[in-house]
Design a protein around this ligand. Structure first.
Ligand code: SF4
Length: 85
């Protein structure tokens, strides 16, 4: 998972730091620090932070590994394999 925050757009609302404190942190009143290569375990928190950012400043890029995780989790909850159409 890769993250980019558009710091020109970021207004320092700190929603992201509240929802994903292991990835985002406020430094002083307005400057934001973040880990652009957040660990996969943080994905859910990061997705919440992306959704909560009032100015849409956080861009999230899922890697193939993330997608494989998402698919395998989905398959586990699904009907399983097999069958014809
Ligand atoms: S929630 Fe958005 S605007 Fe607020 S600090 Fe995070 S990136 Fe910046």
């Amino acid at each position: 998972m890769r993250l980019v925050v558009d710091l020109n757009r970021c207004q320092g609302y700190a929603q992201c730091a509240f929802l994903a404190p292991d990835v985002f942190a406020m430094h002083g009143d307005e400057s934001l620090l973040y880990n652009p290569e957040a660990a996969a375990e943080q994905r859910e928190n990061v997705v919440r932070a992306v959704a909560a950012c009032p100015v849409g400043a956080i861009l999230l890029e899922l890697t193939d590994e993330d997608m494989a995780d998402v698919v395998s989790q989905g398959a586990g909850a699904g009907a399983g394999s097999g069958g014809t159409r």
